[in-house]
Design a protein around this ligand. Structure first.
Ligand code: CA
Length: 496
């Protein structure tokens, strides 16, 4: 970061409660006079939807009418990233406001994760725990993926005797979500499975419906509080809708969304020059096979998100509800010959991030370098709970910046990947408005540096680390070292 350390930044912006005071003032002076004291929150995030797959961005040739409209109603943070662009690490950063070395989720929750103790700690103080104490009703719908599987494994399609992924989340591990319609991780989008609030580990609900559509149905029922059974009608609520698509298997997408892409050929849909179509690389073959399915899944997610927004409008809840649309990470889908995520490239790291609070946040696009752990303090601060953000939260509140356009701005975002059981190894890096730097280090002591000039080379086709040693050194000393120190990363101090 710049001269000011991130911790000082946190103390200034959160402990002072400046945004809270501002929110309170604005709420009192609101034009309607009927705005509730603390807003509701709806946080919608599909899995592995890259920022480029939003139609209004003008990148992927994707059809997203609801997001295009939503983007004109809120703040678009077009430089938002997932700092560790894979499932469980993102989700733990989101829930705890802490980076992986502090929250303990250093890689995905699965059998390997279980052996290393990687799962969301019961003792972590999540934003949902804070909101519960403040009287909120809390609902979670969809994919959780923050518990490691334990034997005997649950009998789901992605769990076998040797290796497992999916796991039930016991009520005491749900971090105050009192309404639960969720699962750990399981990828049959056409026949998803959920555990409901009171269901034991042995009882799952199997649904013959496309996952995002079913989850939007449940979200709508929650918003309506159907039968009075979903939430306390006299309290504000926070609802998370965590959809699985546009995740593999890409072929599992309703025909209606595929048809919207008409006769477009894969070559017409793959417009990123970092997919090597000429040499027919493995990445290019994947892109040819799946680009249409991926974009159609995004269109389906957009459609279902639109239904949730329409319900909020129909209920007159728009002004009283903060809505966030984002994703846990992106997806290369053949760019740089990468078949998936968990790398430093733009398609992997950059995620959608749109926040709408009608009448309170001026719609605009902002190039704020927000990091995943910042989401927790920013949302709580906006909702009027800045002083209740726990001391151990490492993220920074950008609430004041959202409300006024003014405030301190980070100068970089951390990038990281950690191999199972090797917390000091893997990859670390930073992303600034101009550069992406990635340094890798393995057990054999081999290191590699990759530097991209994203301004002059937006598709990251050239590694200029060798010819730009001064820039690399500057990025390490002025940015990366601060991050490694802040996050208690054992990589720190090795002098790379
Ligand atoms: Ca994911």
């Amino acid at each position: 970061m710049s001269d000011t350390t991130r911790r000082e930044f946190i103390r200034r912006s959160v402990a002072a409660g400046s945004a809270l005071a501002l929110t309170g003032t604005m709420a009192c002076e609101g034009t309607t006079g009927s705005r509730q004291r603390h807003p509701n929150l709806i946080y919608v995030f599909p899995d592995q939807m890259r920022a480029q797959a939003q139609g209004f961005m003008g990148e992927d040739p994707v059809i997203t009418p609801n997001l295009d409209r939503f983007a004109t109603e809120g703040i678009v943070l077009d430089q938002a990233v997932s700092n560790y662009p894979v499932c469980s690490p993102y989700r733990a950063m989101l829930m705890t406001g802490m980076f992986p070395h502090s929250n303990g989720v250093l890689a995905n929750c699965n059998t390997n994760g279980a052996m290393n103790g990687y799962e969301l700690r019961e003792s972590s103080r999540c934003w949902s725990d804070v909101l519960k104490e403040q009287g909120y009703s809390l609902g979670y719908i969809g994919k959780w993926h923050l518990d490691s599987p334990y034997r005997p494994y649950v009998d789901t399609g992605n769990n076998n005797e040797d290796f497992a992924w999916n796991e039930w989340t016991s009520p005491q591990r749900r971090h105050s979500f009192d309404y639960w319609h969720a699962y750990g991780t399981y990828d049959n989008h056409n026949r998803p499975e959920y555990w409901t609030t009171d269901a034991p580990r042995s009882e799952r609900v199997v649904v013959d419906q496309w996952g995002p559509e079913h989850e939007a149905d449940m979200a709508i029922r929650y918003i309506r509080n159907e039968g009075g059974t979903f939430r306390d009608p006299d309290r504000p609520f926070a609802l998370v809708v965590s959809m699985n698509p546009p995740h593999t298997p890409y072929r599992m997408v309703p025909e209606q969304y595929l048809q919207m892409y008409g006769d477009a050929t894969p070559e017409e849909l793959i417009n990123r020059p970092n997919v090597n179509l000429e040499e027919n690389s493995s990445g290019a073959r994947l892109a040819r096979r799946q680009i249409r399915n991926y974009l159609a899944q995004v269109t389906g997610v957009d459609d279902q998100f639109g239904r949730i927004l329409a319900e909020l409008k129909a209920r007159g809840l728009e002004e009283d509800t903060i809505v966030v649309f984002t994703s846990d990470h992106g997806n290369c889908l053949g760019c740089h010959d990468q078949v998936t995520k968990n790398v430093h490239y733009e398609e992997s790291m950059r995620v959608p991030f749109i926040i709408r609070w009608s009448g309170m946040l001026e719609p605009r696009t902002d190039d704020l370098l927000i990091s995943t752990p910042d989401i927790y303090p920013t949302l709580l601060d906006l909702m009027g709970f800045g002083p209740d953000v726990p001391e151990q939260v490492e993220g920074v509140s950008h609430a004041r910046l959202c409300l006024t356009g003014r405030g301190g701005r980070p100068t970089s975002q951390l990038y990281m990947w950690v191999p199972y059981g090797e917390p000091a190894l893997g990859r670390r890096g930073v992303r600034t408005h101009r550069y992406t730097l990635m340094i890798s280090s393995n057990r054999a002591g081999e290191t590699e540096q990759i530097l991209h000039d994203n301004l002059n080379d937006p598709y990251q086709l050239r590694n200029i680390a060798g010819e730009s040693k001064g820039i690399v050194q500057d990025l390490v000393e002025k940015e990366l070292d601060h991050w490694l120190e802040l996050t208690d990363d054992p990589w720190h101090g090795r002098g790379v």
